[in-house]
Design a protein around this ligand. Structure first.
Ligand code: C2E
Ligand code: MG
Ligand code: MG
Ligand code: MG
Length: 281
């Protein structure tokens, strides 16, 4: 790039911005097409009971690999769908696939599904989600919805209404990425949740600094008092798992227990696990 200041630089920046916009639009078009073609997929990551390592449910995670663009992270395409106003159709495709897959699992396992902030700002969300799982035949008591503090904060009143309606129908709600947003404690008091998911940032530092250990300990004890379940996210090795167990954390999720896998691999994972359980009986 030229060292010259002034007009030249402005041209470089505006070209970069134009490039960026072009890429976003290309991404948007490809994503819209992928949704229509039913090519956006959903993978599942196990959530386990840390006391006995039994699988208790799976989190659904959106997956999209475009022929030209390659793998695109949901952290990129979910916000894009929100911005461009088609999160609803993306979410519907994903929930349909996820709920359908969950029908093949043992009935005691739950399905955890992420809600985006735009969905939490739309009062029609609760009835839309309930209609979908009703059509598919998934018991609402097997569904859990993950929401973040940031999403709740965007429109707290509407979010509260949606959460109340869903919980009245038997759906459980968990607070995702706990510890990373603002006003965490206030949210816990004002909102009715069932579960808290401790962000991976704390879990991944548990072996290197004592502070994270103390923070997790405090979250666990607070959740006990509030009668909330606790899940630790991002457990990557055995020593982290042992530490979290020792801290009294009830549930865990992470590469140590299983990476997100497609519906077929998930059935295989379950059949291996359940064969083990049957052999013990
Ligand atoms: P999240 O809901 O907090 O999901 C957890 C993320 O951590 C996932 O990334 C998962 O693959 C990753 N992860 C799980 N265990 C480990 C571990 O042991 N180590 C490490 N390093 N990572 C781990 P992913 O799938 O890339 O999703 C990123 C985010 O995108 C999600 O964060 C969620 O906010 C969003 N997202 C994914 N799928 C959906 C969806 O269907 N709908 C909505 N609204 N958002 C979604
Ligand atoms: Mg999540
Ligand atoms: Mg999370
Ligand atoms: Mg996260």
């Amino acid at each position: 790039r030229s060292k010259r200041r002034g007009r030249g630089q402005i041209t470089v920046y505006s070209q970069e911005i134009a490039q960026e916009m072009k890429r976003a639009t290309q991404l948007e078009q490809a994503l819209r097409n992928a949704i229509i073609a039913n090519e956006v997929d959903v993978h599942f990551q196990p959530i386990v009971d840390l006391r006995n390592d039994a699988v208790v449910g799976f989190e659904a995670l959106a997956r999209w690999c475009d022929a030209d663009l390659g793998y695109v992270s949901p952290a990129v395409f979910v916000p894009l769908a929100e911005e461009r106003g088609f999160i609803e159709s993306l979410a519907e495709t994903l929930l349909r696939k996820a709920a359908h897959a969950a029908l093949s699992w043992p009935k005691e396992l739950f399905l955890s599904f992420n809600l985006s902030s735009a969905q939490l700002m739309d009062p029609a969300t609760s009835s839309r989600l309930l209609t979908i799982i009703n059509q598919i035949g998934l018991d609402p008591r097997r569904l859990e919805l993950e929401i973040t503090e940031t999403a709740v904060m965007a429109d707290a009143e509407t979010a509260q209404k949606i959460v109340t309606e869903l919980r009245a129908a038997g759906v459980r709600v968990s607070l995702d990425d706990f510890g990373t947003g603002q006003s965490s404690l206030g949210r816990l008091r004002d909102f009715s949740f069932d579960k808290v998911k401790i962000d991976r940032a704390f879990v991944s530092r548990i072996s290197v600094d004592r502070a994270s250990e103390h923070i997790i300990k405090a979250i666990v004890s607070m959740c006990e008092g509030l009668e909330l379940q606790v899940v630790a996210e991002g457990i990557e090795d055995f020593s982290e798992a042992l530490k979290l167990k020792a801290l009294g954390c009830g549930m865990g999720q992470g590469y140590f227990y299983g990476k997100p896998a497609d519906a077929v691999a998930t059935m295989r994972y379950l059949s291996d696990r359940y064969r083990g359980v049957a052999a013990q009986l």
